[in-house]
Design a protein around this ligand. Structure first.
Ligand code: PEP
Ligand code: MN
Length: 286
C-alpha cells in the first residue's frame, strides 16, 4: 500500500498481540466472550440477559441503546435510559459493558456509561467519528463494514491509532457476498489473516454474520479453532419477543451450551478462557 498504507496497526515479526483492557477484562491474551442483547429493551430483559451472560461464563456485557436500523419505522433503541440499565447490570455482576456509538455527538453520553465504545459495521468508515474516538482514553471495538475490504478495515483502525488511541479491538461480523441465503458471509479466513498481519486483538461475531441462532454455536467454535481472541455474541432471555435481531439471539440455555463447546475447542488447541481479574487489581469498574 506504500506511503498511504497502514503504519501503526501492522504486526512486526515476533510482536505479541496488543492487550486491550477494560474493567476486569483483558482482550488479546486468553479468550474473551462479550455477550448480551442486540438492543436494550427494559429492566427485566437487561437483568435477565446480564444474568445469563454472567452465569454462562461471559466476561463482558453488550447491549445497544442507539440502534442503526435499516428502517426508520423499527425500534431505534432506548437511548440513555437503556445505557443506565446496562451500566447498572454490569456493575452489579462485575462485568464491563459495551455499547454502540452512531455519532460523535453521542460521545459525552456514552463515555458516562460504557467501558467500550462499539463502532458498528455501518460506521466503519465514518471518519469524523473515528477521529473523535481517536482522541479519547477508552477502548474502541471496531466492527468490519459489510462492504469493506480487509485493507479498508485495517485503515479505519489506523485512523484510531493515528489520532492517539491504541486501545482498539477488531471484530469480523460477516460481509455481503453474491449469496444472500444467510444474513452475511462470515469471513473466517479473513479474520485469521488479519490476526496474523495486525497486532490488534480480533473478535468474531457469529450472530450478525449468520443471522440464525442455530448457526451461532458452530461458527463460534470455528472462530475459536481459527485463533480469534474472543466472541461478540447476542443473547436474549426470550428471543421470540426481541425487538431487534431475535432470530439470531441465543437463549440463556443455548449460550451455556455454546460456552461449553468453546471451552472444549480452546482446551483442544492449548488455549483457555480469560480469567476475570479481581477488581482490586484493576482499580474497580467505573
Ligand atoms: C450490533 O452489534 O448490534 C450491530 C448493529 O452489529 P453490526 O454493526 O455488525 O451490524
Ligand atoms: Mn444486532
Amino acid at each position: 500500500m506504500g506511503a498511504t498504507g497502514p503504519k501503526q496497526v501492522l504486526r512486526e515479526p515476533g510482536e505479541a498481540t496488543r492487550r486491550v483492557r477494560f474493567g476486569n477484562v483483558e482482550v488479546g491474551g486468553d479468550f474473551v466472550v462479550i455477550a448480551g442483547p442486540c438492543a436494550l429493551e427494559n429492566q427485566e430483559q437487561v437483568d435477565q440477559a446480564a444474568h445469563a451472560v454472567k452465569s454462562g461464563g461471559g466476561h463482558a456485557l453488550r447491549g445497544g441503546a442507539f440502534k442503526p436500523r435499516t428502517s426508520p419505522y423499527t425500534f431505534q433503541g432506548m437511548g440513555e435510559p437503556g445505557l443506565k440499565l446496562l451500566t447498572e447490570a454490569g456493575r452489579r455482576l462485575r462485568m464491563p459493558v459495551v455499547s454502540e456509538i452512531m455519532d460523535a455527538a453521542q460521545l459525552p453520553t456514552l463515555v458516562e456509561y460504557v467501558d467500550v465504545l462499539q463502532v458498528g459495521a455501518r460506521n466503519m468508515q465514518n471518519f469524523s467519528l473515528l477521529r473523535a474516538l481517536s482522541k479519547i482514553d477508552r477502548p474502541v471495538l471496531l466492527k468490519r463494514g459489510f462492504g469493506a475490504t480487509i485493507d479498508e478495515w485495517i485503515l479505519a483502525a489506523e485512523y484510531l491509532l493515528d489520532g492517539g488511541n491504541d486501545q482498539v479491538v477488531l471484530c469480523e461480523r460477516g460481509i455481503r457476498s453474491f449469496d444472500n441465503t444467510l444474513r452475511n458471509t462470515l469471513d473466517l479466513a479473513g479474520m485469521a489473516y488479519v490476526k496474523q498481519k495486525v497486532k490488534l486483538p480480533i473478535l468474531v461475531d457469529p450472530s450478525h454474520s449468520t443471522g440464525l441462532s442455530w448457526l451461532v454455536t458452530p461458527m463460534a467454535l470455528a472462530a475459536a479453532a481459527a485463533g480469534a481472541d474472543g466472541l461478540l455474541v447476542e443473547v436474549h432471555p426470550t428471543p421470540e419477543t426481541a425487538l431487534c435481531d431475535g432470530p439470531q439471539a441465543l437463549t440463556p440455555q443455548a449460550f451455556d451450551a455454546m460456552m461449553k463447546g468453546v471451552g472444549a475447542v480452546l482446551a483442544a488447541t492449548g488455549r483457555r478462557f480469560a480469567d476475570v481479574k479481581p477488581l482490586a487489581a484493576v482499580g474497580g469498574v467505573r
